[in-house]
Write a protein that binds this ligand. Structure first.
Ligand code: FAD
Ligand code: SF4
Length: 518
């Protein structure tokens, strides 16, 4: 059983025990490091994760054909940080250590940092056409940095110090952190303490002098299987009676008591087919979610960042959601860029590219996509410093961003399907295409323009299918709807932040309304 991360940096190899030996954290040998892509992959091999899929324990999560593409996507957050041309976008100077860190572990220090975050996510979306998972931890980290500060100020607690130390550890080891907010929630009309089954929101079941024991689950956990650490937060604003549910903490993903059940995706088993390539649409990259069970997991005091201060649960949720709603103005736009490109190629290969309505549809797709990007950039440019010192996005604009994300990718996908034609969903399989008897017929009858091979036409159609209906649709469509909160959650925030009263005053002034006149 191995539960350490090995960071190889030339001759300096440091071994950090991050598995169950949580008390060793403060005794680790510190080095300032950016992990390379290869080091990241090797570090995952050292984890002792318990992941179940199709009823079986997965022996090797790193090389499993269904999981591997999602790991490849996260690995790009390391690979791009190695490229000199992206250094400014992919790395930053830490306010905690003064050292260079991967931007995915950075605590934003300016509106420029916030804008660069959005640009970085667009870049990675363009190069993976999938969810690269690492942003949830970055957003959770930034939300906790300021919320722990505010909680300490109100209650004289030590959470901010705990968090600073923890995040230094994350930065120095260049770790991938899962941001775990969403509880199963049971009856949506009831608060955590009112649920028939009290575990439907993750909670404290035992308090000890050296820490707490927690029980419950987190659902839809993006990238958990590819993460070193999991950062847990409450999922809703709470009342005093929900004290045992108001808990934020971090543990290693292979901590004792944690296990994961891998989420199914539409068309996922295509990846298991022999020689799977064309039919998977995006052979190299993907994303994943998992149901994560916390079966009496011990959390030491130094890893606790909220413990019963129910009045700060709402602030934490709002801040995390705000950052993640900003994130979508980058990552979804990058995937959108690939989808627009694929639709344009499908039109070229169909011989329809010159039609005015096709050109107009591509313009519309671009307009929708750039509108999302504009929202991501705008909420970043209008950001402001928190009392703790890191930068927060403009909440109203971030919520407008996410509200648009719940709609525009669907319209972009609809237009891509329109341009692609029905063959995108009725095409024979790759095996038939490779069959010596059937292949020539498919080659002949699925040909578009003479100058383009049938195989290339099939490839681009399968990519559109992947993003709009296949494994990547989890990220591009349903996650656009529900990820970082369902549409209504943004409308509540827009109502709160929209300042209708001020708008009424503006109208009254222009209309020269005198309310003293009855
Ligand atoms: C692909 C994907 C990836 C995700 N990744 C992560 C992740 O990495 N980490 C994480 O923590 N979470 C993650 N999420 C979770 C995401 O934040 C939730 O899906 C979202 O908050 C909605 O919760 P739900 O799915 O339980 O939907 P529900 O809460 O069941 O909502 C369904 C509908 O019911 C409505 N509704 C719910 N409750 C009420 C109520 N009390 N009153 C009135 N209407 C109500 C909603 O508005 C919505 O219309 C992810 C989700 C998806 C789909
Ligand atoms: S949905 Fe986007 S922002 Fe969220 S983790 Fe995936 S890539 Fe990052």
């Amino acid at each position: 059983m191995q539960n350490s991360i090995v960071l190889g940096l030339g001759k300096d190899i440091a071994i950090y025990n991050i598995g169950r030996q949580l008390n060793d954290i403060n005794e680790r040998k510190d080095i300032m490091a950016l992990m390379t892509r290869d080091q990241y992959i090797e570090s995952l091999r050292k984890l002792d994760l318990k992941v179940y899929m199709f009823g079986k324990l997965v022996e090797n999560t790193v090389d499993h054909p269904i999981i591997r593409p999602s790991m490849n996507s996260v690995s790009m957050t390391y690979a791009f940080a190695e490229k000199p041309e992206y250094e400014d976008l992919m790395t930053a100077t830490s306010n905690l250590t003064g050292e260079k860190v991967n931007r995915f572990t950075h605590l934003h220090q300016s509106t420029d940092d916030l804008r660069k975050k959005v640009k970085m996510l667009r870049l990675l979306g363009q190069n993976t056409a999938a969810c690269f998972q690492r942003c949830v931890g970055m957003d959770a980290g930034n939300a906790l940095f300021s919320t722990t500060y505010d909680t300490d100020k109100a209650y004289g607690t030590d959470y901010h110090q705990n968090f600073r130390k923890y995040w230094e550890f994350v930065q120095k080891n260049d770790l991938t952190v899962d941001g775990a907010m969403t509880d199963p929630k049971g009856d949506r009309g009831l608060s955590p303490s009112q649920q028939a089954d009290k575990d439907l929101y993750l909670r404290i079941v035992e308090r000890r002098p050296d820490g707490v024991v927690v029980k419950g689950a987190k659902v839809h956990q993006t990238g958990m299987v590819n993460s070193h650490e999991v950062l847990v937060m409450p999922t809703i604003a709470m009342r005093p009676e929900d004290k045992d549910w108001a808990i934020a903490f971090a543990v290693p993903t292979d901590a004792e008591g944690i296990f994961m059940i891998y989420g199914r995706q539409s068309c996922d088993t295509r990846k298991l087919e022999e020689g799977a390539d064309i039919d998977v649409g995006n052979k190299n990259f993907g994303g994943h979610e998992a149901l994560v069970i916390f079966d009496n997991v011990f959390v030491p005091n130094e890893r606790i960042f909220l413990n019963g201060e129910t009045d700060f649960a709402g602030e934490l949720v709002e801040r995390f959601a705000g950052y993640h709603r900003q994130s979508y103005g980058g990552c979804k736009v990058g995937v959108g860029d690939v989808l627009i490109g694929a639709a344009a190629l499908a039109a070229d290969y169909n011989g329809a590219a010159k039609a005015s309505h096709i050109k107009d549809k591509l313009i519309e797709m671009t307009h929708l996509n750039e509108t999302l990007y504009s929202c991501g950039i705008a909420c970043s440019a209008e950001g402001y410093p928190t009392e703790a010192g890191n930068y927060q996005i403009d909440l109203l604009l971030a919520n407008v961003c996410k509200q648009n994300v719940t709609r525009f990718p669907y319209e972009i996908a609809r237009l891509a399907e329109d341009i692609a034609g029905g063959i995108m969903v009725t095409m024979p399989s790759e095996q038939d295409f490779r069959d010596p008897n059937l292949g020539p017929y498919i080659d002949k009858y699925l040909k578009g323009v003479a100058s383009v091979s049938t195989e290339n036409r099939m490839r681009i159609l399968r990519l559109i299918e992947n993003i709009t209906l296949g494994t990547a649709a989890v990220g591009y469509r349903t996650e656009s709807m529900h990820g970082a909160g369902s549409p209504q959650a943004q409308r509540i925030m827009i109502a709160r932040q929209g300042n209708l009263g001020h708008k009424k005053e503006l109208a009254k002034a222009i209309a020269r309304i005198d309310e003293s006149k009855k």
